[in-house]
Design a protein around this ligand. Sequence first.
Ligand code: F6P
Length: 524
Amino acid sequence: MQRFSTSPAWQALLAHREALAGKRISELWEDDPERGPAFTFRCAGIEADFSKQRITAETVALLVALARERGVPAAIEHLFTGDRVNVTENRPALHTALRGEEHVLVDGQDILEDIERGRQRLRVFSNAVRDGQWKGATGARFTHVLALGIGGSALGPRVVIEALAAAADGPQVRFVSNIDPAELDDALAGLDPAATLVVIASKTFTTQETMANAAAARGWITRSLGSEAVAKHFVAATANTAAAVAWGLPECNVFAFGEWVGGRYSVWSSVGLPIAMAVGMARFEQLLAGAHAVDLEFRSNPLEHNVPALMALIGVWNRNALGTPTHAVLAYASRLQSFVAYLQQLEMESNGKRVDAEGNPVDFATCPVIWGGTGTPGQHAYHQWLHQGTDAVSCDFIVSARPAGSNTAHHEILVAHACAQSEALLTGVATAESHRACPGDRPSTTIVMPSLDAFHLGALIALYEHKVFAQATIWGIDAFDQWGVELGKNIAGQVLPAVRGAEATLHPATHHLLGVIHKLGTGE
Ligand code: F6P
């Protein structure tokens, strides 16, 4: 396939950029005061307002032509029907099947039955824990879940459980991802082993951090309850049942999912077990339903008003035509506090690539740095940089139309600030005092959810998943591998013996650094 950067549709977009040059976004508003509704589209009940982007109807038409030329419609079909879209690992990426009801074949096997069986097992088990039928070794009811996992095996459940905190009516979930021992100590503080269920979530069941934390948690449980307690207090969500059984779990404690679920796309699988325990299986299923609603629209809506596709295309426009180096996600919803961390993995682990799917180096920029946080606290931190920094970047604002908390007046203030920030980024302000002037003209999208409920949260996550896939398709890269994380893991394996005092051949820089750490650690 022709390279993105030399494709005729991209060349047409670059010419269009020249034609638009010098046109401020606020001038686009002056030219067309109706651009609000013209550039606002709905998907699964969520509205995406692209009207503050530096786009015209012609930009969108050219971007859609780019998507067609890059084969986005066909790629969407390949994704949903189980083609091996993860090229370097030679497997499909079928997270959409986990929330759908379609028969999909993997290696000639229909996976729908397995998915439904898996979901039924989650339902039965999560209900049993919530009802107190599945008890600890002493007969105590589980009041807490210790959720062990890292990356995609933790971020999704964490986002969802935090976002749906108001609906939490099951055991309280505490997450441990880091190998930093402080994290496990903090999570265990105040927990009663007799009333704690441990979920080990790891697709591979080999991830060093998770396996070390699992071993430590096993020690914590067995020291007070004996080794027999493991079968009552530990369950696993994994694609590697054999490893979980070898670890010491009865097979019935293993909630398996397929190799065809990417780690960062696994919240919809048994990795979501802590969600089902915390807020109930019905809400977990609403989450799946919201994502499925987006799937249906992504697959069938014309690209001109296909929200995930437009998010992707406008992202490409900002990154590759307008040169924005980073993209800020500003969630005006306190309970979305971990959403940016989730998106960092989703977007940067998927599309932080420098070769295309055929292994050729790319000659254009791929994924921007994704960063951000929650509004309004961000306004008292990095928004200064957004308004007056030397880099103009793009932003996504996320707003819930209805309040998440009890105080409606506070929600009104929150909404006012979200609107004000995107307006300020758009218009800027000219003043005689240069230190007060804001250049404005900084593009943003505002994503408005009716409320922060399970259905719309599932939809929100799926919007970004499909944005990432569509962008990868346009750039011609594999969104489903992550080989870049391997090098550091390998080096850590070589460094660890030296940290423990053994002889090891190290890079001189690492040898020096370990010396510094050793000096301070021993107080020499
Ligand atoms: O950091 C790499 C990664 O492989 C992620 O893609 C994944 O979500 C995470 O590690 C955890 O992997 P696992 O679920 O196999 O423990």
